[in-house]
Design a protein around this ligand. Structure first.
Ligand code: FE
Length: 169
């Protein structure tokens, strides 16, 4: 199911801990969020609902899709690292991001083997491969075979499922 919503509130947690050396490495309302703890998370839906902002919860836990050309990162090309907005797992480097015409942030490779996992998705009468966070299992988007070299892959992600930390912050 595709759920549309405005993203005006999606930046509310992006600037936590701006004064510390590493930006956004914790979220007071989400005790599971970490850029360093790689322990796999296996929380109930109710537990996630308690700690995630509503729009992120709908995407991460119920595979909602943000409207194209509306998210924070679809047209952003600053050097830095993209993390899972639900758990802080390192997902992508900006070097793997490319300008896609699809309206969602797109990457040709994940940061490391534990960044994401894949699952076949036959919803909406389509055969697609869903991309999930390797740590929390949260929905991030889908992967397609029409990306650029060297991988030919296109990780088509929801901006709201990503947290971006620019380099040198
Ligand atoms: Fe995650």
């Amino acid at each position: 199911m595709v759920i549309s919503f405005t993203l005006s509130a999606c930046g509310q947690n992006r600037n936590v801990n701006q004064s510390s050396l590493k930006m956004n490495t914790s979220k007071p309302e989400n005790p599971y969020y970490s850029h360093t703890d790689t322990t796999k998370l296996n929380l109930t839906d109710a537990e996630w609902k308690k700690v995630l902002p509503k729009e992120l919860y709908e995407v991460s836990r119920h595979a909602a899709t943000e409207r194209p050309f509306t998210g924070t990162y679809w047209n952003a090309f600053v050097k830095g690292t993209y993390y899972c907005a639900a758990c802080g797992n390192e997902l992508f480097r900006s070097e793997a991001k490319f300008a896609s015409t699809c309206g969602w942030p797109s990457f040709f490779e994940q940061d490391n083997p534990k960044s994401t996992i894949f699952r076949q998705d036959t919803s909406l009468s389509m055969e697609r491969t869903e991309v999930l966070c390797g740590r929390c299992g949260g929905h991030l988007g889908h992967i397609f075979d029409d990306g650029p070299a060297p991988t030919g892959k296109r990780y088509c992600m929801n901006s709201i499922a990503l947290d971006f930390v620019p380099d040198n912050k």
